[in-house]
Design a protein around this ligand. Structure first.
Ligand code: HPA
Length: 270
């Protein structure tokens, strides 16, 4: 796999003019942050050697290199989900490519279902920790010691300093933010009422089908992570209604501006 990653990296290095400092992975319906990037290069996943290609609706499949809030960034417009049939190594492949391109911080967004009773649809949640409930783990197999240790520490999966900065930015801009634990599972089904109940009992505030694998691999190679969720539906007893992918995209698009502002300002402070 290291050989494959290196091939992607040397291809990308031949195309770009500046090494990215920050990697950004945008979730369902959350591609709008790209409009804030002063774009230098757009490279379709299908052009990049060994890069997986995204299939899900609402994800367009490009790497965008440019400047955001004064930082050189690389943004993934469209991510790879485990439920699409990719292996965990494929899901997290771009994170390792980012590492080898020079990325020193990872920002991740996603849409999720809230299980915390205090949450409302459209809320933003800063992820302060996660529970890995995926049936597979991206670091199973031979450890690639060029990236990190066999048994990586996860005591601060989400960087406390970045969380505090983001909370301050939200406060200064009068943006309501929640904070909590994200439980990641495979999907593609949304949860049953009993599952939402279980997720809450397990100690999570929100549930979704992404982010955890990418953050694990980023932490393995020492990249500090910041992640935000848009609560697109509620898995709270009495408030559970049918969820559709279209609704998830609509709510995400609606709350996206607030999240974009926080991420853009955060770039100016790191
Ligand atoms: N469950 C899992 N994933 C999700 C949800 C949900 O309720 N909402 C958006 N992504």
């Amino acid at each position: 796999m290291l050989v494959e990653i290196k091939a992607s990296v040397s291809f990308l290095k031949s195309k770009i003019s500046a090494a990215p400092e920050v990697g950004i992975i945008l979730g369902t319906g959350l591609g709008g942050l790209v409009q804030e990037i002063e774009i230098k290069h757009t490279i379709a996943y299908k052009e990049i050697p060994n890069f997986p290609v995204s299939t899900v609706e609402g994800h367009s499949g490009k790497l965008i290199f440019g400047v955001l809030g004064g930082k050189n960034v690389v943004a993934m417009q469209g991510r790879f989900h485990f439920y699409e049939g990719y292996t965990m190594q494929q899901v997290t492949f771009p994170v390792r490519v980012m590492k080898m391109l020079g990325v020193k911080m990872l920002v991740v967004s996603n849409a999720s279902g809230g299980v915390n009773e205090d949450f409302e649809i459209g809320d933003l949640m800063i992820i302060n920790d996660h529970i890995n409930f995926f049936p597979a783990h991206p670091l199973i197999g031979k450890n690639i010691s060029e990236f990190g240790p066999r048994f990586p520490d996860m005591s601060e999966a989400y960087d406390t300093d970045l969380i505090n900065k983001a909370k301050q930015i939200a406060k200064n801009n009068n943006i309501k933010v929640q904070e909590g634990v994200y439980l990641g599972l495979s999907g593609p089904t949304f949860e049953t009422p009993a599952e939402y109940r279980m997720i809450k009992i397990l100690g999570a505030d929100a549930v979704g089908m992404s982010t955890v694998p990418e953050v694990i691999v980023a932490r393995h190679c020492g990249i500090p992570c910041f992640a935000m969720s848009i609560i697109t539906d509620l898995g709270v007893q009495g408030k559970i209604v049918k969820v559709t992918h279209e609704e998830v995209q609509q709510v995400a698009a609606h709350s996206e501006k607030k999240m974009t502002l926080i991420i853009k300002e955060l770039m100016g402070e790191v």
